[in-house]
Design a protein around this ligand. Structure first.
Ligand SMILES: Nc1ncnc2c1ncn2[C@@H]1O[C@H](COP(=O)(O)OP(=O)(O)OP(=O)(O)O)[C@@H](O)[C@H]1O
Ligand SMILES: [Mg+2]
Length: 225
């Protein structure tokens, strides 16, 4: 479970990125986060992965209290969380297999087990025969599949997706959504997006942000800003 209670995030120059944000996300929920540019979507995702810490308020992710000043359990938290970005962030000098295997470095696994895990997640995203290829040999849609495989590998239960279809054409975006649909029954998915069609078709929970405030939290929602 993920809980934000009265979370405030300010940046050094005085920008308020999030103002008094509270919500709870249950295990295996699928939640869209929408809102205009600068509304605070990415900031929420970065607080959940503890790339950022709040100025005040409480953030709980399962057994971890991320709002504590000292947080020695960061590696354990990262074993739970996979992140997918708009621009894929795949390492250009590593092949597909290596890119995914890197995400398992923080797990105490044997080489044999790493191989098994990487193959399992590649199969889930439909890239079984591409593990030796390098990023420059892949299409944008394939790169995003690699990123999804990297996010889920190691049986990670929380997936943070920051505009994952933002650089993809509509057809490829829907192919990527099919993979999210495939994994959604096993994962908590928090999906920041500007893609109106995707939000309106999936009819999931929608959290709407505006200028750092949570203005709506809709069940089976529509894209509203
Ligand atoms: N590192 C930073 N330093 C200063 N201000 C920041 C920083 N990161 C974000 N902000 C500010 O916080 C606010 C929220 O930014 P955030 O990136 O969360 O928005 P967003 O909803 O993800 O926008 P977009 O749709 O453009 O990705 C913005 O006003 C932004 O300028
Ligand atoms: Mg953003």
């Amino acid at each position: 479970m993920i809980t934000f209670d009265k979370v405030i995030k300010k940046f050094p120059l005085g920008n308020i990125a999030l103002e008094d944000i509270s919500f709870t996300i249950e295990d295996k929920e699928f939640v869209f986060i929408v809102g205009p540019s600068g509304a605070g979507k990415t900031t929420i995702l970065k607080l959940i992965s503890r790339e950022l810490t709040p100025n005040s308020g409480t953030i709980i992710v399962d057994e971890f209290d991320l709002s504590q000043k000292k947080f020695p359990q960061l590696e354990k938290l990262r074993r739970k969380i996979g992140i997918i970005f708009q621009d894929f962030k795949i390492l250009i000098d590593k092949n597909v297999f290596e890119n995914i295997a890197l995400a398992l470095e923080i797990f105490p696994l044997t080489k044999k087990k790493i191989k098994e895990e990487v193959k399992k997640s590649l199969s889930l995203v439909g890239l079984t025969n591409k593990e030796q290829l390098f990023p420059l040999q892949l299409s944008a849609g394939e790169l995003q599949r690699v990123a999804i495989a990297r996010a889920i590998v190691g049986n990670r239960k929380i997936i943070l997706a920051d505009e994952p279809t933002g650089n993809l054409d509509p057809k490829t975006s829907w192919e990527i959504m099919k993979i999210f649909k495939k994994i959604e029954s096993e994962k908590t998915i928090i999906f920041a997006t500007h893609n109106i069609d995707i939000v309106n078709s999936l009819k999931k929970r929608v959290i709407v942000l505006k200028k750092g405030k949570l203005v709506k939290d809709l069940r089976k929602g529509k894209y509203e800003i």
